[in-house]
Write a protein that binds this ligand. Structure first.
Ligand SMILES: C[S@@+](CC[C@H](N)C(=O)[O-])C[C@H]1O[C@@H](n2cnc3c(N)ncnc32)[C@H](O)[C@@H]1O
Length: 195
């Protein structure tokens, strides 16, 4: 199991590109991700910052590594943007059912694959009815069977199976831009909460 706090303390964070997910500029530009937005596993907060910069959003970045949250706060908060230490699997009761959007990027692929059903349950619970999960999923088609994650890749079939009972798939597409090395290995999905 990854010791995320230790990674941040040691500065061993190869996933952090010091910038927001490239696809986000298109999404924010298109007026998506407005209202109350949760960014689970926000790390140093680049994505949360980019979403907040679009205006019209009240963004909460959550990460279980205290050092990540401290660094995210040090890099800058603003009106409509805050960072909190917390575990996606035990979010505050008062947050449940209150978010319009959850932005997924490098959290689903970071948690142990045995925890994925818990991820779906947690995201479903925190969204308001009709709220949406929008995310970049790491498919990693080149992963060898014996290769160790994280990141742990997924498949469209697994996403359908995990999310199908709780979400409607509204759209999916290949991201228009990816970080170098992730091209062709990511899939965008927008899912609407059922129930
Ligand atoms: C691969 S990193 C990605 C960080 C950030 N999204 C980025 O792209 O730079 C995964 C992040 O998820 C956080 N994390 C892992 N499990 C979590 C959980 N159950 N709840 C909240 N954060 C979690 C880790 O501390 C880490 O910062």
């Amino acid at each position: 199991m990854t010791d995320w706090e230790n990674c941040y303390q040691q500065g061993e964070t190869p996933w952090d590109k010091s910038a927001a997910a490239p696809e986000l500029s298109f999404l924010v530009g298109a007026g998506l991700l407005r209202g109350r937005v949760l960014v689970p596993g926000c790390g140093r907060g680049h994505d949360a910052r980019a979403i907040a910069s679009g205006g019209g959003a009240d963004v909460v970045g959550v990460d279980l590594a205290p050092s990540a949250v401290r660094e995210a706060q040090a890099l800058g908060t603003a009106t409509g943007l805050r960072f909190e230490e917390g575990n996606l699997f035990s979010l505050p009761q008062e947050w449940l059912g209150t978010f319009d959007w959850v932005w997924e990027h490098t959290c689903f692929c970071a948690i142990d694959p045995t925890e994925r059903q818990r991820y779906v349950t947690a995201v479903h619970a925190v969204l308001r009815p009709e709220g949406r999960l929008l995310g970049t999923f790491f498919m990693n088609p080149s992963m060898d069977p014996g290769e160790q994650g994280p990141p742990f890749g997924t498949t469209e079939a697994e996403l359908d199976r995990l999310f199908g009972a709780h979400f409607t798939l509204e759209s999916q597409w290949a991201p228009r831009a990816s970080f170098p090395g992730r091209e062709g290995r990511e899939l965008m999905r927008q899912l609407r909460r059922l129930g």
